[in-house]
Write a protein that binds this ligand. Structure first.
Ligand code: ADP
Ligand code: ADP
Ligand code: SF4
Length: 608
């Protein structure tokens, strides 16, 4: 008996009519006559009464031998079972468990009036579950899923802790909540109408006009929601959430599709809401530079997505992020990852350049009667380099890619090449009712080879989602499939637009490794457009900086080495970074601070 382990059965995957109970037949306790893996008396088809046919399984955590056995996990052809030894450091009981052999949540974040509380961790780890409890939408059952859950029991558990007052207020139904959903792309499917109609209903504090102005969404308020870009929807959703007058605000990822300037503005508005209006804000964010600006305290969430999640006690933001990057939580004495995530303290030395892929001259292009014009400084792109592309949205980045591909003619300047480009767009629209494996095998003959698995599928963690349908995937899963699809094509140039969107930090690092390795091992040239400065730092060999006035005029600089490129880019944004003493992690300086002024004087915005 292993009382520190949990068994999780995914009932969407368990299909006993197709496996003849391999798990139970091989389970050692079952074979000695004990009741470890037994049936539930329920048919696996949803919405169908049990018809006496094959019946889904339940696993007794009392009898199960734990992860060291794990035979059922190996035997199940549908990956429906997880047997996990909980870390011995985890002393507490769950706050909530959805049922027998279902997901378990340990620990709750502590919302605090006047402060922004951050949560850092992977998706599927129980953040939404925690927020539903804190919003009073669900009474956590403290792991006793067979009994009726009561707030009295929850209060008893949290008496004398920082959460006691908060839970008393939830119990008295005195906590109101506003939330910004994670996937803003879904908003037009739920709300049919013009942007201003959605916004008008949210103006509970008389602040809406200010938010619309500062977030730069005034030009789109008269447009139907379904004509807005992802970046516009993200800012509309933020304005609509912050404009409410509630006690508790939950923001699930604020940065996807926003450029850096917009990210910094969003973080400032959220901080003002907490500080000036004494509101409690809880924010999940995977862009670490922005999380650092945004939050006052930080909870780390770790565990096994889909099986169990642990929310730690609050830490200082600096320590929290540092420990997370190190992969080791000191107070909890918990290793959450074998390796450290490290940043370059100095700009990478100029690498010896390989052969040029293309030389291109100065170019220009304008649309219509000059509504938007782009000037491009000529330059060289080398084989097997990763070129980072930075700059605001709407500045001409995809226009340049289209000229390289030959699908758009420049007005001035001539391109004597036409590159085969594999392109991953910013907004991924792959809502086909097709399985992931069928989709990817239609792109490359290498699909399924051990080589393709090592280079593409494994680093992007596609194993468990291969059999799912494209239209059932979450945003982060869809992103990983889209990156894999792009890298699986045969092309001269790979262009990835915002690969970080909806990936958690761990997945960003893994995607970075996959992209870099791919470039090195295939002599492939990759251009990566991204707004997460850490991702760009980890990925890029050189930088191409776009500046100008979005939607009016864009200018693309020639590709530069990292130091010069970062200085060029950040001086335009008026942002400097310092280095964390302990981890060398870049951190945004407070505007006007001593370091900020000193670095601006010496012209070193990033590698100071
Ligand atoms: P996150 O917000 O961190 O992505 P969630 O709190 O939404 O995570 O979900 C955590 C886990 O709980 C998921 O694996 C999900 O499948 C499971 N889960 C969520 N709701 C239910 C439910 N009503 N019954 C059983 N499992 C659930
Ligand atoms: P980015 O990739 O940097 O976001 P784009 O190259 O997509 O920028 O677009 C730059 C500007 O050109 C935007 O204002 C966009 O609305 C405009 N634009 C893009 N394609 C066209 C087109 N075919 N006709 C007219 N305007 C366009
Ligand atoms: Fe049985 Fe547990 Fe072993 Fe699975 S891990 S086969 S349930 S003892």
């Amino acid at each position: 008996m292993a009382d520190d382990s949990i068994a999780v059965v995914d009932l969407d995957r368990c299909q006993p009519d197709r496996c003849s109970y391999e798990c139970a037949n091989y389970c050692p306790p079952n074979r000695t006559g004990k009741e470890c893996i037994v049936t539930r008396g329920e048919h696996y088809e949803e919405d169908e009464p049990y018809d006496g046919g094959p019946d889904q399984i339940r696993i007794s955590e009392e009898v199960c031998l734990g992860e060291t056995c794990g035979i059922c996990v190996e035997k199940c052809p549908f990956d429906a079972i997880e047997i996990i030894n909980l870390p011995t450091e985890l002393q507490e009981d769950p706050v909530h468990r959805y049922g027998e052999n279902a997901f378990a949540l340990y620990g709750l974040p502590v919302p605090e009036s006047g402060a922004v509380t951050g949560i850092l961790g992977p998706n599927g780890i129980g953040k939404t579950t925690a927020v539903r409890a804190l919003a009073g939408e669900m009474v956590p059952n403290l792991g006793n899923y067979d009994d009726e859950a009561t707030w009295e029991a929850v209060l008893e558990r949290y008496r004398g802790t920082e959460l006691q007052n908060y839970i008393e207020r939830v119990r008295e139904e005195k906590v109101t909540i506003a939330r910004k959903p994670q996937y803003v792309d879904q908003i037009p499917k739920q709300f049919d109408g013009v942007t201003s109609e959605l916004l008008a209903a949210t103006d509970e504090r008389g602040k809406l006009d200010e938010y619309v102005e500062r977030l730069g969404i005034a030009p789109v308020v008269d447009q139907p929601l379904d004509t807005l870009s992802g970046g516009e929807l993200q800012r509309v959703a933020l304005a609509a959430t912050l404009a409410r007058d509630r006690d508790f605000y939950f923001l699930d990822e604020i940065t996807p599709y926003l450029d850096i300037g917009q990210r910094v503005t969003a973080a400032r508005l959220i901080r003002e809401l907490a500080e000036e209006e004494d509101k409690a804000v809880l924010a999940v964010e995977h862009d670490l530079a922005i999380l650092d600006l945004l939050a006052d305290t930080l909870h780390i969430a770790y565990g096994e997505p889909g099986a169990y999640g642990v929310v730690t006690d609050p830490k200082s933001v600096r320590n929290g992020i540092n420990e997370y990057l190190k992969g080791y939580l000191s107070n909890e004495n918990m290793r959450i990852r074998p390796d450290e995530i490290q940043f370059h303290e100095h700009a990478p030395r100029e690498t010896t350049k390989s052969a040029p892929l293309v030389d291109y001259p100065d170019l220009s292009k304008s649309y219509g009667d000059g509504e938007f014009s782009l000037d491009v400084e000529g330059g060289t792109i080398y084989q097997s380099e990763v070129l980072g592309i930075v700059g605001p949205n709407g500045i001409g980045k995809s226009t340049l890619a289209q000229m390289f591909a030959g699908s758009l003619e420049p007005d001035e300047g001539e391109l004597d090449f036409r590159l085969d480009i594999a392109y991953k767009p910013q907004y991924i629209d792959i809502d086909q009712p097709m399985r992931v494996d069928a989709f990817l095998s239609s792109i490359t003959e290498d699909f399924g080879t051990s080589y393709w698995k090592t280079e593409v599928a494994n680093p992007l963690q596609l194993g468990r989602i291969m059999e799912r349908n494209l239209d059932d995937l979450s945003g982060g899963e869809r992103q990983r499939v889209a990156i894999a699809a792009c890298l699986s094509e045969d092309a001269d140039l790979y262009v990835l637009d915002e690969p970080s969107a909806h990936l958690d930090v761990e997945q960003r690092v893994q995607a970075t490794t996959a992209i870099r390795r791919y470039a090195e091992n295939h002599d492939a040239t990759v251009m990566v457009i991204d707004h997460d400065i850490y991702m760009i730092d980890l990925l890029a060999d050189r930088l191409m900086v776009f500046d100008g006035e979005p939607s009016e005029h864009g200018h693309a600089g020639t590709p530069q080495e990292m130091r010069a490129g970062m200085n060029d880019f950040l001086s335009d944004l008026d942002i400097t970074f310092r280095r964390d003493e302990r981890t060398q992690r870049p951190r945004i300086n407070k505007p006007g601070s001593q370091l900020d002024s000193k670095q601006k004087r010496s012209g070193e915005y990033y590698y100071s």
